[in-house]
Design a protein around this ligand. Structure first.
Ligand code: F0G
Length: 351
C-alpha cells in the first residue's frame, strides 16, 4: 500500500535537495482540491478550494517547513527560530521535534489564536510573547539569527518558498493545467510569491500551457500593499494576516504585475461572511484569515470583475480548529435535554 510521501519526495527533482539530504517530513502536501458548489453557482465559474488546513499541523506552512527544517538539519543547525502570527510557529515546533532540534518562537503578545499557542506549547517550543506586533517579532528573530547560533525559518528563508511552491504543482497536476485565476489571502506575502514561482516553473517547463492571474487579498486593517505604505498598527480579526510590513512585499507586487492580477482588501465583516459561508454551505471549516481569499472572490464577483466560465482556485490556508472562538461567537447555545427520546425528538423538530 502507498501513501503520499510528502512534498520533498513527491517533487524531489524540483527542490534543492540531494541524495544525502536528511529529509524531515510529516508527509505534508497532497491536500484536497475540493469543488466548491455554492461558490461556483454564485460566480458562474468553476471554483475549487485548495484545502491547506488538511496538512499535518493544520496549515500550508508545513510545505515550507519540511524544506526549511530539512536544510537546517543538513547544515548542522541545532536550533531554529521564527516570528509568527501562530501557524509558522506551530509548524516549526512540530518539524523541529521530528528533527531533534530546539525551536524558539516569537509571537505578538495576545494576538495569536488559542489552537496555535497550544500547538507550540505541546510540541515543546520555547515561546516568547513579544510586546509588539508580528513585524516587531520578525525584526527580533532576524537579529537573533544573525548574532546567535540559531537558523531563521521564516519565509524570508528562500527554501520556505521552494517548499510552498509545490501547492501550485499539485493544482496543475490535478486539473491538467493552470487555472485562469488563483486567489490567496496575503499577510507576509510569502505564499503568493511561492505559488507564482511554482506556476511559472511549470509553465516554463511545459507542464502547464499558461499561468493564472494571481489575486491576493489583505484584511482592510492590515493592507499595506493595497495602501502602498507600511501600516504601523495593523488590526483585523484575522490574526494570521495581521501584518503591517510584509517581508515579501516586492515579490507580491511582481506576482500581481507579471500575472495581470490584483491585490485588494476585504473587511473583517466580509471575511466573517465568507468564513460562515464556507463552513455552512461548502462544509469546509477554515480559520478567518483563510476566508479572505473567498471573501475577495465574492467581492470581485459583486464588482463585476469575474467573467463567467473561468476556472478559479481559492487557497484556504488554515484549519478552522486553529481559532474556534469565531465558530462559537454569535452562534446560538445548544439546548440541554434529559435522556428521553420524545423530548429530544421534539427539540430537534422531528416530532
Ligand atoms: N493564512 C494563514 C492561515 C496564515 O497563517 C498566513 C500567514 C497567511 C494566510 C498569509 O500567508 O504570510 O505567506 O502571505 N501566517 C504567518 C505565520 C505570518 O506566522 O503563521 P503569507
Amino acid at each position: 500500500t502507498h501513501q503520499w510521501r510528502g512534498i520533498i519526495e513527491e517533487y524531489r527533482d524540483r527542490l534543492p535537495v540531494s541524495d544525502t539530504t536528511p529529509v524531515v517530513t510529516l508527509r505534508e502536501g497532497g491536500t484536497p482540491l475540493v469543488p466548491a458548489q455554492v461558490l461556483s453557482e454564485r460566480t458562474g465559474c468553476e471554483v475549487h478550494l485548495k484545502v491547506e488546513g488538511a496538512n499535518p499541523t493544520g496549515s500550508f506552512k508545513d510545505r515550507g517547513m519540511t524544506m526549511a527544517i530539512t536544510k537546517a538539519k543538513e547544515e548542522g543547525a541545532k536550533a531554529v527560530i521564527c516570528a509568527s502570527t501562530g501557524n509558522t510557529s506551530a509548524s516549526a515546533a512540530a518539524y523541529a521535534v521530528r528533527a531533534g532540534m530546539v525551536s524558539a518562537v516569537l509571537v505578538p503578545q495576545g494576538k495569536i489564536a488559542l489552537g496555535k499557542m497550544g500547538q507550540a506549547l505541546v510540541h515543546g517550543a520555547k515561546i516568547l510573547q513579544v510586546d509588539g506586533n508580528f513585524d516587531d517579532c520578525l525584526t527580533l528573530a532576524r537579529a537573533l539569527s544573525e548574532n546567535y547560533p540559531v537558523a531563521l525559518v521564516n519565509s524570508v528563508n528562500p527554501v520556505r518558498i521552494e517548499g510552498q511552491k509545490t501547492a501550485a504543482f499539485e493544482i496543475v497536476d490535478m486539473l491538467g493545467d493552470a487555472p485562469d485565476i488563483h486567489v490567496l489571502p496575503v499577510g507576509n506575502a510569502g505564499n503568493i510569491t511561492a505559488y507564482w514561482k511554482g506556476y511559472k516553473e511549470y509553465s516554463l517547463d511545459g507542464v502547464a500551457t499558461r499561468t493564472p492571474r494571481m489575486w491576493g487579498f489583505q484584511a482592510s486593517g492590515s493592507a499595506p500593499i493595497v495602501r502602498g505604505e507600511v501600516v504601523k498598527d495593523p488590526s483585523t480579526i484575522a490574526t494570521a494576516i495581521r501584518i503591517g510590513n510584509p517581508a515579501s512585499w516586492q515579490f507580491a507586487l511582481a506576482a500581481r504585475d507579471e500575472s495581470g492580477g490584483l491585490i485588494d482588501e476585504v473587511t473583517d465583516r466580509e471575511i466573517l461572511r465568507a468564513y460562515r459561508l464556507l463552513a455552512a454551505q461548502e462544509g469546509v471549516f477554515v480559520e478567518p484569515a483563510s476566508a479572505a481569499s473567498v471573501a475577495g472572490l465574492l467581492k470581485a464577483a459583486e464588482q463585476g470583475k469575474v467573467d463567467p466560465g473561468q476556472r478559479i482556485v481559492c487557497t484556504v490556508t488554515g484549519n478552522g480548529l486553529k481559532d474556534p472562538d469565531w465558530a462559537v461567537a454569535g452562534a446560538p447555545q445548544p439546548v440541554t435535554v434529559p435522556v428521553d427520546a420524545a423530548a429530544a425528538a421534539e427539540r430537534l423538530g422531528l416530532a
